[in-house]
Design a protein around this ligand. Structure first.
Ligand SMILES: Cc1cc2nc3c(=O)[nH]c(=O)nc-3n(C[C@H](O)[C@H](O)[C@H](O)COP(=O)(O)OP(=O)(O)OC[C@H]3O[C@@H](n4cnc5c(N)ncnc54)[C@H](O)[C@@H]3O)c2cc1C
Ligand code: FES
Length: 511
């Protein structure tokens, strides 16, 4: 169905697949391994652990696969932007090579699994391209290509030829990469894991971890386990290890469009800003759709209505591919660590039974599968060749990364202070239909959303994570926090962490 941008966004990936449903956990239980979060990492880890002889329990705060994994663009590739030159300079050739190898192995594992289980998840082999339209971008691609050569990454070429319908200056092509439908794949893994005895609970939101390895849920129920795997995207227990200060939440937009799309279109992403991510998708009816992504920004820090971000992607598709018929549009966020490597492994020194996987910088398909393999090994007390590389307790920050750490956290402090200052609020009269604003009503500062019928819902604007004031995200009708990316519905329910508690609904005092 074609949508306009005033409609609720809906992800292409969640329209069709039957995802098994599970009841909430309504008692305190014991298990061996508890996995918190049912996205690509948590589900793959549960699948890998299904025959380990351990009792495995998955707690999902909402619906399985309705986190970032259900709102991705699903390129399964080891070409992750301009990463390898950066990793060589921050870490070493050996470690950059290990990063490639971990991701390549993850891709090969998916290929083999799809083959073995006969999973129909639209897995297709495609070349991946990083392309540039500027001289600076061209130079960056040349350096990245040198890095590929140093690392012996096979199938790479620098080229000016692509199947894009617009001119580019240069492209770095990497052959034998993959695109797929992650929800079809992962829904199958949920069924396989369930059949093998893994217990899944939905609408079961974790609140905290008590030493050494007990998970307490928001509703007070407790899960006693020997190991805890934190696969909740933003770690829900992020105060352990101060994860909120080490990652930046970045939101991006995507859409699928109907049109005359080339059957063997490659997978593309540019090196300039704004980002344009391009691939095709083979729909269940056999129609090939175009998928465009981009228009990213730090979550909660947007200048104008976020509906415009969709409009810009549609304009790009119209200009270059001659297609404007949008079938689905959606947005999501991912977390970018300062040194560009995900955090996978023991969450913090002193908590030997708690493991985390996060910080995939919008490349969590292959990294997520790799993470699940590492978590599997660590939970079973086995070593993994990549555990040192991704260890969350590493410290390899370059001066430039320290600079961005200070800048990011100064930005958070600024947001925190800004929220405490008065005067920036609108009056209730300025609030239009289907709009949200921070308003002052009878001396009280409130976050107000007026629906299309004129009914206003008020919530307290201070984010329940650390108190920054939330900002309205028009396209999603949500309140998004500019500090660490927590998101709340206009009624205040938690949509995304690190916050685990809702914004309180209030009725303004009458003067
Ligand atoms: C727009 C966009 C496009 C992308 N495109 C690509 C791409 O093309 N290729 C690629 O490799 N990567 C891509 N990524 C990145 C990739 O999608 C993510 O890195 C990956 O999906 C993250 O998976 P996850 O399992 O860590 O998190 P999620 O999928 O978010 O799963 C975490 C789960 O934990 C649950 N949860 C959260 N808090 C709690 C709690 N307190 N208690 C219980 N459960 C909780 C959530 O509800 C959620 O279901 C993209 C990301 C974005 C934002
Ligand atoms: S997410 Fe940290 S203050 Fe809101």
């Amino acid at each position: 169905m074609t949508q306009s941008f005033t409609n609720e966004p809906s992800s292409y990936w969640l329209d069709g697949p039957q995802i098994p449903e599970f009841a909430p956990l309504n008692e305190s239980i014991r298990t061996d391994i508890v996995i918190v979060g049912g996205g690509i990492v948590g589900i793959t880890a549960a699948y890998l652990l299904r025959n380990s002889g351990r009792l495995v329990t998955v707690l999902e705060g909402g619906r399985l696969l309705h986190g970032t994994t259900g709102y991705t663009t699903a390129k399964l590739t080891a070409q992750h932007g301009l990463i390898y030159d950066e990793l060589i300079s921050t870490f070493s050739e050996q470690q950059a090579g290990d990063y490639y190898e971990a991701n390549r192995k993850a891709m090969d594992w998916v290929k083999q699994l799809v083959d073995e289980l006969g999973i129909d998840c639209g897995l297709e082999t495609r070349p991946a391209y990083l392309y540039s339209e500027s001289t600076k971008g061209e130079e960056q691609l040349e350096k990245e290509y040198e890095a590929y050569q140093k690392l012996g990454i096979p199938g790479a070429t620098l080229t000016t030829e692509t199947d894009l319908p617009f001119p580019i200056r240069k492209a770095l092509r990497l052959d034998d990469q993959l695109q797929f439908h992650p929800v079809y794949l992962l829904a199958t893994l949920v069924k396989e894991a369930t059949d093998a005895g893994v217990k899944f609970y939905e609408n079961s939101r974790a609140k905290t971890v008590h030493m050494p390895s007990q998970v307490e849920l928001v509703d007070g129920h407790k899960v006693d386990a020997q190991q805890v795997l934190v696969t909740s995207h933003f770690p829900f227990n992020d105060f352990e290890g101060l994860y909120f200060s080490r990652m930046r939440p970045e939101r991006s937009y995507a859409m699928t469009l109907r049109g005359n799309v080339q059957e063997d279109l490659g997978m593309y992403i540019n090196v300039e800003s704004p980002t344009r991510s391009i691939r095709s998708v083979l729909d269940a009816s056999g129609e090939r759709l175009l998928q465009i992504g981009g228009e990213g920004h730090v979550s909660g820090r947007h200048e104008e209505s976020t509906r415009n971000n969709y409009a810009k992607l549609r304009d790009f598709a119209a200009e270059h591919f001659g297609t404007t018929e949008v079938t689905h549009h959606w947005s999501a966020q991912d977390l970018a660590p300062l040194d560009h490597l995900p955090y996978i492994g023991q969450m913090v020194t002193g908590m030997p039974n708690v493991f985390v996987a996060t910080g995939f910088s919008k490349w969590g398909m292959s990294n997520g599968i790799a993470a699940a393999h590492i978590l599997h090994d660590l939970a079973l007390d086995r070593s993994n060749p990549y555990e040192e590389l991704f260890s969350p307790t590493r410290s390899k920050l370059k001066p430039k990364d320290v600079g961005s750490f200070i800048k990011d956290n100064a930005g958070v402090a600024k947001e925190l202070i800004k929220g405490k200052l008065t005067g920036a609020e609108a009056s209730l009269d300025e609030l239009g239909l289907d709009e949200g604003k921070i308003v002052r009503v009878d001396g009280q500062k409130l976050a107000a959303y007026k629906d299309e019928q004129g009914a206003v819902t008020f919530v307290k604007p201070a984010c329940t994570h650390m108190g920054c004031d939330v900002a309205f995200n028009q396209a999603e009708r949500s309140w998004d926090c500019p500090c660490h990316g927590s998101r709340f519905s206009y009624r205040g329910d938690v949509l995304e962490g690190p916050a685990t508690e809702p914004l309180e609904q209030v009725q303004p005092k009458q003067s």
